[in-house]
Design a protein around this ligand. Structure first.
Ligand code: PCA
Length: 333
């Protein structure tokens, strides 16, 4: 990770040099923002973020130029939030539930069956957005937009039928909720970042994983496993945050451009995510992955795990959690 920092200064030095040269030194140089993101170029989140950067560049006539560094190439996922907070980079993307260790409200979108359709996920986001934005604001971070992954399911190397098919399997997880889920179904969780998934399977480090149809398709899951159970457990969100310090240095027109592009990116991203669910499921099937839904006994186990995790989450999340749940319930009356 530290080895990657010099890359940042090289990149920005080169970029600033270039824009000065282009402008012939007469006008003020455009503001250059380096933006680390954790996922690969084919991931719809990355595609959406590149469009966001294009929109900002266009709306500001190139005055604010955001360079997207995908796939953890500039800064590893685990460091992105603190890098924005410490001003190493002005803006970045990360999965919101990664911050669960700071406050459980960040993982409200990763509780099984609390909100497992797009409609419910949207209602839950409406109910939780303000609290989450306030928590981030306390760290001088501004939440720009958030977009869900398609619903999470279970990938395995054999058919997943009975609940005990998961027993003792080494299961790839990506946040504390997916770890807890693995434990509760009797599996053994191991954290693996998306770029490392194919190797984790090919070396036998993991034999199952929780993720979306999207990530399965992006990582060519058919090369290393054969079954996907579309259990639709939860829809975790990625969020884009900017440091308040960097944001406040922009002139008003550029700030407005960022906020407008962010709003458009959120709307577009949710649409892309829905579409991606259908497209990626089709890609998995075309490539020979058997796609199924939980058989009754497995469904019962998953629902029990969901109930346990909802209770555990509510216990941890205290008053803030209760307020979110109340606001969420109110949208469903
Ligand atoms: N893809 C990311 C997060 C959730 C998802 O669908 C991952 O597997 O890490």
């Amino acid at each position: 990770m530290t080895a990657r920092i010099p890359l940042l200064s090289l990149t920005s030095a080169a970029a600033i040099g270039l824009s000065l040269a282009t402008l012939g030194g007469t006008a003020q140089a455009a503001t250059e923002w380096n933006m680390p993101t954790p996922y690969g170029d084919t991931t719809f989140h990355t595609v959406n973020i590149r469009e966001f950067a294009d929109d900002v560049r266009e709306a500001t006539d190139g005055e604010l130029d955001i360079t997207v560094h995908s796939n953890g190439s500039l800064i590893g996922h685990a460091e992105i939030k603190n890098s924005v907070r410490r001003g190493i980079v002005p803006i970045g993307e990360l999965i919101m539930s990664r911050l669960a260790n700071e406050n459980p409200i960040f993982e409200v979108d990763s509780v099984p069956y609390l909100a497992s359709s797009y409609e419910d996920a949207e209602a839950l986001w409406e109910a939780s957005r303000e609290v989450i934005a306030e928590e981030l604001a306390e760290q001088r971070l501004r939440l720009l937009f958030a977009v869900p992954w398609p619903p999470q399911g279970i990938y395995t190397q054999q058919a997943l039928e009975a609940p005990d098919d998961l027993e003792n399997l080494s299961m790839r997880a990506y946040n504390t909720a997916s770890e807890r889920f693995a434990q509760l179904v009797g599996a053994v969780p191991t954290q693996v970042e998306v770029p490392d998934i194919p190797t984790a399977f090919s070396t036998g480090r993991v034999g199952a994983m929780i993720t979306s149809p999207a990530t399965g398709a992006d990582t060519k899951a058919w090369d290393y496993l054969s079954h996907f159970n579309h259990a639709q457990l939860w829809l975790p969100k990625n969020m884009v945050i900017v440091s308040e310090k960097a944001f406040s240095r922009l002139d008003e027109a550029s700030q407005q451009a960022v906020l407008e592009a962010a709003e458009a990116a959120e709307t577009r991203g949710w649409e892309m995510s829905r579409q991606e669910t259908a497209d990626a499921l089709a890609v998995l099937e075309e490539n020979g992955i058997a796609v199924s839904e939980p058989a009754p006994e497995l469904a019962t186990l998953l629902e029990e795990v969901g109930a346990t995790m909802t209770e555990e989450w509510a216990g941890r999340a205290g008053d803030q959690g209760a307020a979110i749940l109340e606001a969420y319930e109110a949208t469903r009356d």
